[in-house]
Design a binder for this molecule. Structure first.
Ligand code: FES
Ligand code: FES
Length: 160
């Protein structure tokens, strides 16, 4: 077991974990953060995307011990109380989801994308989301949602 200390969605946590435990397993199984989902076992789908020190990562591709000392934000830490994050709100308004399975990862990736590039072109949005797969929407409304969020200034001063 290895001792880790990290911050998850604003709360400090300390735990002993197996060195081989994945960050996504830690978030879901130890912390109950089941909003972060597992959609594949090949690191392809992006459903498990979270922010690690402000950078989006596929949490099935990161060991929990690698998050030692880091700040992790999951989909469950995005909203401000009852108020949705502007990107969450944009997905809701633009119907950027159907079954919702890919949505946590899509939103986390979109937030990171907009923080890096607050006014992306459609091509840049599609490129930025290429590591996130959706089986339902055809991506059209997802792209619209990100454009809408950009128009609302979601990438300017939004927290991650
Ligand atoms: S569960 Fe992580 S990429 Fe699919
Ligand atoms: S909304 Fe169903 S997988 Fe994307």
């Amino acid at each position: 077991m290895t001792r880790i200390n990290l911050t998850v969605d604003g709360a400090r946590v300390a735990d002993d974990v197996e060195p081989r435990m994945l960050l996504v397993q830690y978030l879901r199984e130890r912390l109950g953060k089941t909003g972060t989902v597992i959609g594949c076992d090949t690191s392809n789908c992006g459903a498990c995307t979270v922010h690690l020190d402000g950078t989006s990562v596929k949490s099935c591709n990161v060991l929990a011990v690698q998050a030692d000392g880091a700040e992790v934000t999951t989909i469950e830490g995005l909203a401000d109380g009852e108020e949705l994050h502007p990107v969450q709100e944009a997905f809701r308004e633009c119907h950027g989801l159907q079954c919702g399975f890919c949505t946590p990862g899509m939103i986390m990736q979109s937030v990171a994308l907009l923080e890096e590039n607050p006014q992306p072109s459609e091509e840049e949005i599609r490129l930025g989301l290429e590591g996130n797969l959706c089986r339902c929407t055809g991506y059209h409304n997802i792209v619209k949602a990100v454009q809408h969020a950009a128009g609302q200034g979601a990438g300017q001063g939004a927290t991650s």
